[in-house]
Ligand binder design. Sequence first.
Ligand code: GLV
Ligand code: MN
Ligand code: MN
Length: 467
Amino acid sequence: MAPVLLVLLLFISSSSAAGKHEDPTRKTMEEFSGFQSPANPFVSDSSNSLFVDIESLQRQIDELSTFSDTPAPTVTRILFSDKDVLARKYIKSIMCQLGLSVREDAVGNIFARWEGYEAELPAVATGSHIDAIPYSGKYDGVVGVLGALEAISVLKRSGFQPKRSLEVILFTSEEPTRFGISCLGSRLLVGSEQLSEGLKEAVDGQNTSFLDAARSAGYAEDQEDNLFSSVFLKKGHYFAFLELHIEQGPILEEEGVSIGIVTAIAAPASIKVDFEGGGGHAGAVLMPARNDAGLAAAELALAVERHVLASGSVDSVGTIGILELHPGAVNSIPSKSHLEIDTRDIDEERRNKIVSGIHQSAVEIAERRRVKLSSFKIVNQDPPASSDELVINAMEMVSQKLNLTHKLMISRAYHDSLFMARISRMGMIFIPCFKGFSHKPEEYASPVDIANGVKVLALTLAKLSLE
Ligand code: GLV
Ligand code: MN
Ligand code: MN
């Protein structure tokens, strides 16, 4: 019966309440980013015949963006802040409205389950994150959470019954903003002992411990030793994991392709560096007598760029997103400096070579400038991940059935999928975003592209559920 329903899913007639009213928030965003809206984005292509309630989904995306610590159109939603807690409540209420059973683990990963008729089989999961780096946009991660819930709605409306259960996961802190650890929730979920230990001591920039922050948000309430390892899931817990995400790069839009099917996720690393010098008076200490921690940091920043460019590959990238000087007075020589470096590559060995080059430069600069390299900490140095063939084939087949142009591509951004691949088959669906903008407020994905992504997600979930 279920395969018949799957075929039916492809031909359900759409009844979009398209374009009845213009949403002012979306309009502002479109104008702000310079995006030219298609004539009527809510008119869905009836040949595609799957009803995605894009109007409601867009409203949810807009509403969620108001849970922000900075004014629209920017979004800032930091882990376990009041706004993050409110946003989590908002998502949980949608999960409940859909009749899903909701579970939360000790670090705030949220799981919403639609029980399949063979519930003992490993489930098929999908999801993403809703935390947002400072002054960013409203689509990164959010499309993969609210879009996943809409995909479940699509399947429910169609009368589909999953064989394997379907789960939507909201991952805690994909962004490293607060505790410096990327993909915190998914990294822990897949069994990182190192993180499980590290979280006991982790503090944020205000010296608030991870435990206190989690408790203030209603998590980590148990006192037990195995609090963090209780989050671990075993390999094979899920049959497959899928993530819908904006591309965060320009390729799909430039090539006019609707769907990106991710074959691999690049290898990210991040490093924290501290230099300490003598400081002193900006007028009285003469140049030969200085040990300027600020200039050591400046030199290291340029060395990062040099090492990255020396790889000779456009796939190597490096960013110094944080550079802090102490005491931060115009007439005081910096006595301390702090840098945070992000470097990535699709080639792990090449990325590792860059990391060791950066370390050598830090040592050499400290020596030459007579400052102390007080800390050089590799926060994470993760391998890349490959998507699973079964999942890739399913996504390709579904895209073809939906008459959506698609291409195989690599994800240069990291995602929770990078970690989920360690315990499950994994695949990602990318949709175009305007000019590839992301991690800035101009980030924008059109309703048509979001709806296409939701359709591909819904049918791929359905297909994998029946495997
Ligand atoms: C994810 O947010 C990334 O930085 O790739
Ligand atoms: Mn992001
Ligand atoms: Mn993301």
